[in-house]
Design a protein around this ligand. Structure first.
Ligand code: ADP
Ligand code: MG
Length: 707
């Protein structure tokens, strides 16, 4: 139950004066709450993007053109547009209220006469605020931001915040709503932050922070690195860390099943390692050791295995599975796509079978009798390791004795999904594999409940990919280069652009390119895309892997995990439209074999700054961790983890690139709080419950109740 003190903040915006259905809709769009009703708290967390300084209040005779001023003028007369030219400007002649000879023309377009006469009554003094220009030697102000009388002037803020807007919403409507919302912030909220910490950082209270950002006295208060903004950011980060810590405590508390490997001598693992055609890297060995140690603990394992594309996570997952299987239990390996699941299976199965494990695959494609047989064998404990897609976690899939779930690709398996799994109460050890290296701040933010192993070295024999950027105008040359590569017997990926969020548009572009290349190169060209049926996709991939086709035109379905080590050339069309992480993922498909690999990034100019920076980074480095850090700087955290799409609560106030340094403190704080007060029942614990609601992390509170 939400603490009642918060009720005013969670009242819908329609309870504010003047906000009817039309405005409510606009506010919903502005605040990103199209689907649900916007509440006062959403409005209050809509923070300014800048400000206008209204402290500059010269006499009219001292005004310099092209500055923002607030001046006192006397209204001399109106010059509405002549009847035959209704689109001409509406001018109001004014002069210096202090008595000098200086005049100012106030100009409006599309103004209504009755409205203007009310705004500028003839003979009276008004204060106009806005930027001035010199037009034809006359001082002019076009569409003042503010026109007020004496009383209005007294209320005019010296520092006037400017907010992001949405079409159809007037700044004044937003300003008014925020002003009323501020009045309704409860004064009796308990302080959830530690008093000494606040003092040390020069932070005030929650209500004060909102007040200082929305009604600033000092322009510095409006910046995201100001004390009030940082206070709110810390609130938000702490809420996130607390939720993750609660999740962790909950999941760990549900562990305690013995026999996940404590009685395994590691013989199965040794057999697999002996069968590998290569030696494990030091970080692979370390990761396996981390996992084995976790499995010996009474708590459940929650581990994230981070590693760049091609760093060899699959074999680590297999060894983890071998460990629980040797103890007589089962493991599941879940991949995000059909292609990936099959590929995993193809890699793993021979090794697993050689070591004496019984393996199977289950995706949406196994149906009817086949599926029934798999499910029966699984329930009977006759399958040790089951690979598959999310079909693995469908309701009718029952394991005999599942001990370990390995989930490949973290993007689709965020905090929400982990919460869902936690609520199912399945006491399964969890290993999450992520192919996108995640910056440390984001690991803390989104995986703060998990332990982390990282594969930092690349397996021996990996080569740096020679990466070049080429304008699309030189497409003909690129096709010639591809012709040479094919002649040398190389295998080539040709990745087609992400035109829009629409798959059909992407597909049209890919099919067109395919037709063109096929015309030139003949039967050696093939096409694979996301709309193809699973078996067709697999066959296309298999033909390419076998060298039957050697130029594969693809949409981004090859992005994750596909492994054809003979491919050594990649062309990416419209590289400027891809994100950095995505480019990195794609490029990781080549440079896996002995051959020197080359990646051609075709772009269409002119490039924006961000796109330019992205392509430069791609040329410069292939270190996934470095690329991830740069990506964070360029894009912000929401896009990086795909949280926008997944419905994860993103950040409203905190800017990770800026407030990342507060994250470690928040993590420590959360851990300390829960070690002293695991059920959040102390006075500070009660106060922190308020915080979880304010920042939409209250789902975690339900875990407390579930115990
Ligand atoms: P990813 O981390 O992207 O999932 P994979 O597990 O698919 O990477 O491994 C990529 C390739 O590297 C596979 O062909 C795998 O057999 C190979 N590989 C894995 N570990 C090593 C190693 N230690 N030495 C050499 N090759 C390795
Ligand atoms: Mg992989």
């Amino acid at each position: 139950m939400r603490p009642p003190a918060l009720n005013p903040l969670f009242a819908p915006l329609s309870t504010l004066p003047g906000i009817g259905p039309r405005l409510e809709k606009l506010f919903g769009r502005l605040l990103g709450r199209d689907d649900e009703r916007s509440r006062l708290i959403d409005l209050l967390f809509h923070l300014p993007s800048g400000f206008v300084d209204r402290r500059n209040r010269p006499k009219l005779s001292e005004v310099k053109p092209d500055t923002v001023v607030t001046v006192a003028v006397r209204v001399d007369g109106h010059r509405p547009p002549p009847p035959h030219r209704p689109r001409a400007p509406y001018n109001v002649d004014t002069s210096d209220a202090a008595g000098s000879m200086q005049t100012l023309t106030v100009t409006y377009f599309n103004a209504r006469r009755d409205y203007m006469e009310k705004l500028f009554p003839e003979g009276e003094v008004r204060y106009v605020s806005g930027s001035t220009t010199l037009y034809d030697g006359h001082l002019q102000m076009v569409h003042p931001d503010r026109v007020v009388d004496e009383a209005g002037l007294a209320a005019l803020p010296l520092i006037d915040p400017v907010y992001p807007l949405t079409e159809g919403l007037h700044p004044n409507q937003l300003r008014k709503a925020i002003a009323v919302a501020l009045e309704r912030v409860p004064k009796n909220l308990p302080e959830w932050q530690d008093a000494a910490w606040l003092k040390r950082n020069g932070f005030g209270g929650f209500a004060e922070a909102l007040e200082r950002i929305h009604r600033p006295q000092d322009p510095a208060d409006i910046k995201p690195d100001s004390a009030p903004w940082s206070r709110l950011a810390y609130d938000e980060l702490l809420a996130g860390q607390l939720a993750l810590a609660l999740l962790r405590a909950h999941q760990r508390g549900r562990g305690g099943r013995s026999g996940r490997g404590t009685n395994a001598a590691g013989r199965l693992r040794e057999r697999i390692i002996a069968a590998l055609p290569y030696a494990l890297t030091a970080s692979q060995q370390q990761a396996v050791a981390d996992i084995v140690a976790d499995l010996a603990q009474p708590q459940r394992m929650l581990r994230l295995l981070q590693g760049d594309v091609g760093s060899g996570k699959t074999v680590v997952a297999l060894l983890a599975a071998a460990h629980v299987i040797e103890a007589g239990r089962q493991a599941a390996l879940m991949a995000p796509t059909e292609i990936l699941a099959r590929q995993h299976f193809a890699t793993i199965a021979p090794l697993a079978v050689a070591a004496g494990m019984r393996v199977a695959i289950l995706t949406g494609r196994e149906r009817g009798r086949e599926r029934a047989d798999i499910l029966a064998a699984l329930a009977a404990g006759e399958i040790d390791l089951l690979a598959g897609t999310h079909a693995l976690f469908q309701e009718d899939v029952a394991f005999h004795d599942l001990a370990l779930a390995v989930v490949d690709e973290q993007h689709r398996f965020g905090v929400h999904q982990r919460l869902a799994l936690a609520r199912k109460g399945e006491a399964v050890d969890l290993l999450v594999l992520t192919a996108t290296p995640i910056p440390r701040t984001l690991v803390l933010t989104y995986f703060g409940d998990m332990d982390v192993s990282a594969l930092r070295e690349k397996p021996a024999g990996r080569q740096k990919v020679d990466t070049r950027t080429i304008p699309l105008e030189r497409l003909a040359e690129v096709i010639e280069a591809v012709a040479r590569a094919l002649k040398e017997g190389r295998r080539v990926y040709w990745v087609c652009p992400l035109v829009e969020e629409s798959e059909s548009v992407d597909l049209a572009a890919a099919e067109e390119r395919y037709a063109e290349l096929k015309h030139r190169f003949g039967a050696t060209v093939d096409l694979v895309h996301g709309r193809m049926r699973g078996p067709d996709k697999d066959r296309a991939m298999a033909r390419f892997a076998a060298g039957e086709t050697r130029l594969l035109v693809a949409t981004t379905v090859i992005e994750v995990g596909v492994d054809v080590s003979e491919a050594s050339v990649m062309v990416i069309e419209h590289a400027e439209r891809f994100g950095l992480a995505q480019l990195h993922q794609l490029r990781g498909r080549i440079g896996r074999g002995a051959e020197r690999s080359i990646c051609l990034l075709l772009y269409k100019g002119p490039l924006g700054d961000t796109a330019k920076a992205r392509l430069a980074i791609m040329r410069e480095t292939d270190d996934g961790f470095r690329i991830a850090e740069e990506d964070l700087k360029l894009r912000g955290e929401g896009d990086l983890l795909g949280t926008r799409q997944s419905g994860e609560p993103g950040f409203r106030v905190a800017r990770l690139a800026l407030h990342g340094n507060l994250l470690t403190a928040a993590r420590d704080d959360a851990a300390l709080v829960l070690s002293r007060d695991p059920k959040l029942t102390s006075p500070r614990g009660e106060a922190l419950r308020h915080l979880l609601y304010l920042f939409a992390r209250d789902e975690a509170i339900r875990l407390l109740a579930a115990g």
